[in-house]
Ligand binder design. Structure first.
Ligand code: HEM
Ligand SMILES: *[C@@H]1O[C@H](CO)[C@@H](O)[C@H](O)[C@H]1NC(C)=O
Ligand SMILES: *[C@@H]1O[C@H](CO)[C@@H](O)[C@H](O)[C@H]1NC(C)=O
Length: 531
């Protein structure tokens, strides 16, 4: 790390000399970009960024205003920190900012044909439509309901067993595992947890997904700078390649096995035997499309690589984000006992105590919904909406050139006293009718309110909203309905029963401290749960 910094510094000095000469001997261009702090040549404004980029951007916005520009290495960026400007860029000028920033890591690991990072065009429209229709629309999400119900039961059972023997649970391990298993089975088919090879593979897959998500998250210095690209300072190239190879082997195996199975089954069906009662998973539907030569899929050149890409993509987009949201919600509830009590009262009065909260109860649990919304406000798992301009674009008095990165800092907008009463307080009531006031009470997470964009907005809004808003409220509700959660203080903490709320750097905002808790059963759960 130190060596990298020294190198950067030396390069900085050299180019500073070149740069000052240029400034002295050339007329300066007309300034169209938003205000900008002092920049070093080559590294640009990297020196202003701490690992928690959304926080650095917030402090810069306090000095330079709700819109300012930066140069990260050679890449120009603008950072937006107000609801009005968020609307201006993401709605009024939506089509100018409709593509997403991507880097070499992402290209390699997602075969450069992913859903999340494809440019806005025919392929993106096609794969987005397929993914929403067959996997993420309300109807499809309901279709896969039993997969989730089984996974919730499995997890609650684990908690109940730990409670019985007074053992702690590492929620930072178990919640991502659950999310991974849910999305994995929705895409690739239901696996019986009794089949060891499948659980082993699920575990292997989970670790690769985690590594890929991590790589995406680390701001890849080299991507911003041609000079660095050659030096590969961070040893990124090898890690990217390793992860790509591991991921590819895994997905390839899954797809290949399925293709074999289809050939076998096809013969079987022709032979008169038929047992096709199971819900068709996403992979089957994608393979159907590959075979269907009359469909739209031919026009966009849909291929086997695309199947692997979209699977990889959805794994990395869903697992961490959803688990992080659950963790933050639970941590806030543990730190706010009155909110927790009120939530339990709501659950008891709506669900009673004869059964466990289910996804279908969530529409009748407005306070739980408000808790989840408040969690997304203070702890948006994706702290910034990141896009890139696809053309030169005039926004207000500024001219934004093509290929400028746009960051809309949701995290900061969600904590801005201009938009929110008591902004730093965890106060779910703000989202309730008759309490929160006209401005915030009717707000939802679907990208209509520009002071609150946890899932983004417009054409590139997160397609996982329907799934997330079923999973997160119902599982969090079940966890507090069934258990009290005792915090296990870590060595670094001095406070006994309060959960530390620091963030860890990355593309998402995970908790810095693992959430390790002891569940204490509130009733005998093992009798209620199906085995
Ligand atoms: C707490 C959970 C989640 C949060 C906070 C979240 C947040 C986001 C955000 C902020 C974006 C960018 C939107 C924009 O640029 O306007 C996004 C995109 C995306 N998300 Fe999510 N997400 C979550 C869960 C999921 C899940 C469960 C899935 C899939 C199963 C998913 C799949 C995607 C995909 C594919 C994109 C790219 C869409 C495109 O480019 O067209 N996300 N998400
Ligand atoms: C959620 O489901 C509804 C109903 O199926 C659908 O219209 C909507 O597009 C879905 N939302 C997203 C973001 O996919
Ligand atoms: C909890 O799980 C996380 C993620 O797997 C791991 O990094 C961490 O070491 C675990 N913490 C404890 C205390 O077991």
């Amino acid at each position: 790390m130190a060596l990298e910094l020294v190198l950067l510094f030396v390069m900085g000095i050299i180019s500073l000399l070149i740069f000052t000469r240029r400034v002295l001997f050339h007329t300066h261009r007309v300034q169209h970009l938003p205000p900008s702090p002092f920049a070093f040549p080559i590294i640009g404004h990297f020196h202003l960024l701490s690992p928690l980029i959304h926080r650095s951007f917030q402090s810069l916005s306090l000095r330079f205003g709700p819109i300012f520009s930066l140069r990260l290495g050679s890449v120009p960026c603008i950072v937006v920190t107000s609801a009005e400007l968020a609307k201006e860029f993401l709605k009024t000028h939506e089509l100018s900012f409709v593509s997403r920033v991507h880097n070499t890591a992402i290209e390699r690991i997602t075969y450069d044909s992913s859903l999340a990072f494809s440019p806005y065009g025919a392929y993106w429209k096609f794969i987005k439509k397929v993914t929403v229709n067959e996997l993420l629309s309300s109807r499809s999400v309901s279709k896969f309901h039993s997969i989730r119900a089984d996974e919730y039961s499995r997890l609650l059972r684990l908690f109940a067993e730990r409670a019985k023997s007074c053992l702690a649970v590492n929620l930072s391990e178990e919640l991502p595992r659950l999310c991974h298993n849910v999305i994995g089975q929705m895409m690739l088919g239901k696996y019986s947890t009794a089949v060891a090879s499948n659980t082993e593979r699920a575990e292997e897959a989970r670790l690769v997904v985690r590594e890929a998500t991590r790589i995406f998250g680390e701001l890849n210095l080299c991507d911003f700078n041609m000079v660095c690209k050659k030096l590969d300072l961070q040893g990124f190239g090898k890690r990217i390649e390793d992860t790509h190879v591991k991921f590819d082997e895994l997905v390839e195996k899954v797809v290949n096995e399925r293709e074999q199975l289809r050939i076998k089954n096809n013969n079987k069906i022709k032979g008169g035997e038929e047992d096709e009662k199971e819900v068709k998973d996403f992979l089957s539907i994608l393979l159907d499309m590959l075979e269907d030569e009359s469909s739209e899929s031919v026009e966009v050149g849909f291929s086997r690589v695309h199947i692997k890409a979209v699977i990889t993509d959805l794994f990395t987009a869903s697992t961490d984000t959803t688990a992080i949201a659950m963790e933050w919600a639970l941590a806030e509830l543990i730190n706010h006992p009155t909110v927790l009590e009120k939530a339990r009262e709501e659950i008891d009065s709506v669900v009673g105590n004869g059964r466990i909260v289910e996804e279908s109860d969530c529409p009748s649990l407005p306070y739980i919904q408000a808790i989840i919304k408040e969690t997304f406000r203070l702890h948006p798992p994706v702290p910034m909406v990141a896009r890139i301009s696809v053309e030169d674009c005039k926004v207000g008095k500024y001219v934004i050139p093509k290929n400028t990165m746009l960051f809309v800092n949701n995290w900061a907008i969600g904590r801005d006293p201009k938009n929110w009463e008591k902004p730093l307080e965890f106060w779910p009531e703000r989202f309730l009718e008759h309490i929160g006031g006209a401005q915030t009470s009717g707000m939802d997470v679907r990208g209509q309110h520009f002071q609150y964009l946890p899932f983004g907005t417009g054409r590139r809004i997160c397609p996982g909203i329907n799934l997330t808003m079923k999973m997160v409220p119902s599982l969090v509700a079940a966890m507090i309905q069934c258990f009290d959660w005792k915090v296990i203080p870590s060595k670094k903490m001095n406070n006994d029963d309060v959960v530390q709320m620091d963030e860890k750097p990355g593309l998402t905002t995970p908790r810095a401290h693992d959430l390790v808790c002891s569940p204490v059963a509130r009733f005998n759960l093992l009798n209620i749960l199906k085995p």
